[in-house]
Design a binder for this molecule. Structure first.
Ligand code: IMP
Ligand code: MG
Length: 179
């Protein structure tokens, strides 16, 4: 285990199993349709790679970079699109793929932007959900794990751009962000 990690929340094996389940559920729900999966970078890149391979549909992918955090552990509330989608979403069935749903600020803003472009439907798939911290009325249609209020890293999730490559999801030691 990494020295900055206090506790492992989900092992590689647990993540793999849950992502497979989400993939099967999406495959069943969208049977006969061609959803477009939108990965919100950077945090969802590993989840997106594994999730898309667990879905047996004729899907397409696109990527967006948004930032809401600055350098810290609390969302600033101001969201900025740093890289927009490459393709048109008009008439498409969108599945937004997020690493973690926390305050909901990022998605609240993103949903507004995307709805204005007239997709046929929008659903939200998040690997991690921290409902206790929600300040915006956002719920996930697909959620991998519901977790308590702790700052987590690994499997794509970062603290100041570090720890994304950990193969598991762990709780970061407070001493790392309090200093
Ligand atoms: P929200 O706008 O507060 O919902 O924040 C969503 C974004 O904050 C996520 O996409 C993550 O990038 C980041 N975030 C929130 N909680 C955590 C965490 O525990 N670890 C790492 N990143 C987090
Ligand atoms: Mg993120």
């Amino acid at each position: 285990m990494h020295k900055d990690v206090k506790q492992i929340l989900y092992t590689e094996e647990e993540l793999r199993r849950r992502v497979k389940e989400l993939g099967s559920q999406i495959t069943a729900d969208y049977y006969g349709r061609r959803p477009m999966l939108i990965s919100v970078l950077r945090g969802s890149y590993i989840f997106m790679a594994d999730l898309t391979r667990a879905i047996n549909l004729d899907l397409t992918v696109d990527f967006m970079v948004v930032s809401s955090y600055g350098a810290g552990t609390v969302s600033s509330g101001q969201v900025e699109i740093k890289k927009d989608l490459s393709d048109s979403i008009e008439g498409r069935d969108l599945i937004i793929v997020e690493d973690i749903l926390d305050s909901g600020n990022t998605l609240y803003y993103l949903l507004e932007v995307l709805r204005a472009r007239k997709p046929a439907s929008i659903r939200l798939c998040t690997l991690m959900d921290k409902p206790e911290r929600r300040t915006k009325p956002i719920t996930a249609d697909y959620a991998g794990f519901t977790i308590p209020d702790a700052f987590i890293v690994g499997y794509g999730l970062d603290f100041n751009e570090r720890y994304r490559n950990l193969p598991y999801v762990g709780v970061l030691k407070e001493s790392v962000y309090e200093k």
